[in-house]
Write a new protein. Structure first.
Lengths: 452, 452
């Protein structure tokens, strides 16, 4: 069994809701939208991601015999409900922003239009996928902004929250502009370029460091990057210099070194100088070890001669903002707009569209959120991607999404590029048509007998 | 394909290291240990978790034809290496602390003893599993300490970092003392009790709230818990009271209500009072919505009459400390202890054991970390769990692990139970035998010609 595609990857209350919907024949069309209510303090924008995983999930949705047997024996569910689940498929429509599109609070990035039981059942997994990839793409973009011309590699699998987090973090960060990942399975599943050097344990397993370097280089003559911080970084750099003639004679080119601890700026300068004096001017310096976008910015501001960075834990856990206030809310049922009014959690009702407006320089100026049928000027960001349960197009390549994300980042005004918060938030207008609908619904609800 | 069991769930450098180890016939026995270097500021202790997932992974480890074909075409690997991988199985030994055991920085909780290529290859996934479950069990224990007599339910799937995070968070929090989870697949995979109520969308899809309550209750007459915050919490509580006679006549017992927004303490008091005046004294009040251990503590300190809590995002992302400084380090190779000396990342060499000492009251007093062959008084915490690639025992039930964790929590001294940091850290002594070995290794390394 592959748990990642199981229809039981949902909350119990989705199944109880489904039994109630079936029992009461509430199978009219429901419209749910996914959006983020507000930004974490250190974020000025978000990058939409995770759509293709959602479409895969919707296309594959079905209960097999084992799933149904488990539900039947659970005790809370009726026999005829279990049989209704057997035939359940996702037959609805999905509208979404393209992955790698910048977005802001209160803007729907994905809309599901489907018979109520289908639209309800998929809530948990849909949020699970889009929330996580969006969180990571948004985090990764910050390193791309901090070090736009450097090689950036995801090193995070080991401290990602489980296997799927490692795989999807590799995907999301690649879309956002990372150069690749160290996670082999992400390379094989998503065709993301793979990067890797050598391990401390390899050095330690040798009785001396120079032998470890030689043993590594002879096996990988074309991709020799030495890890040089196991004992003493500068001493190891000198060992590399001493080995260089012997390696070059054997046809081995020293591509570079990796630093993983200590004062990276100081070590990088020392190593650069040791290498340059020895004529190893082409050998690159790659740094890793508790890095994040702030350290990248500081290292580059300090002029550290570092060519690339491996970023792990802070990226894949989005450690400064490990979640977004992301939700998937009912906006319409049976042709009527719906609105939740819980304090601090009220929603804008109806099917919505987001229109983007640019400055003369092609930078983001402001967005307008309005009802789908309130057609406006500006670039509409939500497009149909699935109709009747079928994708409208084959999944785009990650490289196409990455190119789109790169164009999107180029539209970010200077203020929003800051790593620290405290900037004027991007302007997202709620159009009059949407405000009027919300007010009308509230009024109906305050006058019992009209709607309630 | 089930990605969660793939041997490609590793970092590229593990495969490059393996090719080098095979090429140089470095297949002697390696000893790696997993430990946490230091605690996050808000943690005073950790709960070991994830061992059974690691043992599953080690037992199942093998490269199938598709994996090998992918490696062969990648370009960095030799044909004979790919054939060597075909035969690779995990044939080593594992020593570990039982899941649900309290532990502290610098204490190994898991040791792998295996031929070097095997022990190296599994590093990424082993850390990925143990790090995450330990992070979550340690976080969950704090809610258990804050609300020891309340029903605590994991509500986190939707904002967990991918599917596996949702599943393993349910498992880890159950071990730590939670009552159950809302995640259906975690219930079916791990036999964790499932909890669920109703959704806002169900209420909103009805034209009035009372009809939604009736529709829900008639389908679930034995497990009727109403969600009452969609529009106005107290008004909804009064609707429940008004419906009670009609429901009771139909044989439906109102088990309780859930509050999900607003001032939970005030709403709980109001609802309790409305229910008690109406004779619904048995109806329980369950709360959810952006909860964590601090809010639990404050709600209970304020005397809020809440019987249970659903805890989601903060739990499954361990939002205040989304990662631990957890590593898996080479401690011995080919019979010789090894030590990494990178600044801030130096390790204690050799195969180690942790001895625990208790006060006369049965509370934790201090631990001693020493070499395995330096047998001491106290309770040794690491035990063999796998020998020659085979588990020594069938996996324990989660209920057995949960009972163990509960006994462990009872040994926590008062100071370490505090939710805030700033307490005197628990005493972990490094035994003289271990210090002497580390000093001897450093000395050898400083005198070139002796070891290097």
């Amino acid at each position: 069994m592959n748990p990642l595609t199981s229809p039981l990857l949902t909350d119990l209350y989705q199944l109880t809701m489904l039994q109630a919907y079936f029992a009461h024949r509430m199978q009219d069309t429901a419209v749910f939208e996914f959006f983020v209510r507000k930004l974490p303090p250190t974020r000025n924008f978000m990058f939409a991601a995770g759509l293709e995983q959602v479409l895969d999930f919707l296309e594959q949705l079905r209960f097999d015999d084992d799933d149904l047997a488990w539900i039947a024996q659970h005790g809370q569910f009726r026999k005829n409900f279990v049989e209704q689940l057997r035939g359940l498929r996702f037959t609805g429509d999905v509208y979404a922003m393209r992955e790698g599109t910048l977005f802001f609070p209160n803007e729907p990035i994905l809309r599901v239009v489907a018979p109520m039981p289908q639209a309800q059942l998929v809530e948990s997994r849909l949020i699970n996928l889009v929330h996580f990839e969006t969180t990571i793409a948004s985090k990764a973009a910050r390193s791309v902004l901090a070090a736009p011309d450097k090689l950036l590699v995801d090193f995070g699998l080991r401290r990602a929250h489980g296997a799927e987090a490692g795989l999807l973090a590799a995907r999301a960060s690649y879309i956002a502009g990372f150069s690749g990942t160290a996670t082999v399975l992400a390379g094989s599943m998503f065709h993301i370029p793979l990067f890797g050097t050598m391990a401390h344990s390899f050095v330690e397993a040798h009785d001396d460091e120079a032998s470890a370097f030689v043993d590594f280089a002879t096996v990988f003559p074309d991709s020799t990057i030495f890890l040089i911080d196991t004992y003493d970084t500068e001493a190891a750099a000198r060992k590399v210099v001493a080995l260089a003639p012997q390696l070059q004679q054997a046809g081995i080119a020293i591509r570079g070194v990796r630093l993983d601890s200590g004062d990276l700026a100081a070590h990088a300068r020392n190593v650069r100088s040791i290498f340059d004096q020895a004529g190893l001017t082409n050998a690159t310096i790659f740094a890793s070890g508790n890095l994040d976008e702030y350290r990248l910015r500081d290292l580059l501001a300090a002029g550290a001669p570092i060519d690339g960075f491996g970023i792990g834990t802070s990226l894949v856990t989005s450690s400064d903002a490990p979640f977004l206030d992301a939700v998937y809310k009912l906006q319409e049922y049976a042709g009527r707009p719906r609105r939740k009014r819980s304090p601090g959690k009220a929603t804008w009702p109806g099917r919505k569209q987001v229109y983007r407006h640019y400055s003369d320089q092609g930078l983001l100026d402001h967005d307008v959120v309005t009802l789908e049928d309130d057609v406006q000027a500006g670039t509409p960001l939500l497009q149909p991607v699935m109709l009747g349960g079928k994708r409208l197009q084959a999944p785009p390549s990650l490289d196409a999404l990455r190119a789109h994300a790169k164009r999107e980042l180029a539209t970010l005004p200077r203020d929003l590029r800051a790593l620290d918060g405290d900037v004027e938030p991007y302007r997202v207008e709620i159009a009059p048509a949407l405000r009027e609908l919300a007010a009308r619904l509230d009024k109906q609800r305050r006058e019992p007998g009209t709607a309630e």
